[in-house]
Design a protein around this ligand. Sequence first.
Ligand code: NI
Length: 394
Amino acid sequence: MKDLREKIQNIFPKIQALRRDFHSHPELGFEEVRTANIVAKTLEGLGIEVQTGIAKTGVVGLLDTGKPGPTVALRADMDALPVKDAKKVPYASTVDGVCHACGHDGHTAMLLGTAMILSAMKNDFTGKVKFIFQPCEEQLPGGAKPMVEAGVLENPKVDNIFGIHLWTNYSIGKVGLKAGPLMAASDSFVIEIIGKGGHGSAPHQTVDAVVVASQVISAFQTIVSRSVNPLEPAVVSVGTLQAGYGFNIIADTAKITGTVRTFSEETRALIQKRMEEILKGITQAYNADYRFDYVKGYPAVINNEKVTEYVRQIAAEVVGEENVLNAEPVMGGEDFAYYLQQVPGTFVFLGAKNEEKGIAFPHHHPEFDFDEDAMAIGIELMVRYVLNNKNLKI
Ligand code: NI
């Protein structure tokens, strides 16, 4: 183990440089051309077989030990966010309005570091490793689904998969994991209320879309509070309401958008049904009409019990048992869920907050940053995940 840590420390300057390079040149989802190029070149330089252009900008590397054993997949996402970087650091974004505000630059660098270590340790394990660098995690429909559809979990067939998210909700040195549901299914909706416009002084000749929309939004608040089982976590949030033309004009239409987060398919279906019933009832009562577009986003991230237990043991050896946390489920979505629907695996949170270094901003914040030392821990977790994998019985 000491030996492995030394190896990681030796390559760490390279990993940090890669991360900072990605950070200063962020690319949005499905536009990760520069990043994907660097990923492919780095993997090729390690003698790893590389496929590019999967689901537009995805890259997959295959490391074959030549000995029979499991095929293990490790995944990183490469995309940045449409956020203006507000950090004062030498590696700040050079692209106006685009920033790696979620740590995916770190995920990409960490997985490259893992490839560097494992390609030099081919004699120390068996089987194959697939390094999956996917595009566009941040925006629907996401990069994971088309990657899976393109067959990244086949040829050779992946036996199990592991993913890490750098996490500034936890301090550096902590690892959070959980078997079962970890992250929510995240759906979105667009609603149009169709009324009848007219003069603000003659409401009796109109169907006021603003009034109907307000009733709908208020009634939506009862879905979670009155219709969903109180032991089931769920969120229904209206994010935007747009309507109207002027102070003396009654609006003919109103547009409502929002998001729904759930952990079970039953609750997910129930909420969609209740939304439709409320829309139907309220618009009918006010002589209005509606259009309802419910867009299913990423499914819930459901971690496999045995793989999670396996990672728990590895994490305990890497950071100490007292630093392995039972992760609280979060309402955020993650398209790693699509891989988990196909093969057993686990997704974990890797502590990356460091108050002493002033690194404590939440994900997606304009000043988001993470403690780069977390990447060394992430690499060690992934390397060990592969080295011991033949002992993982699922
Ligand atoms: Ni993220």
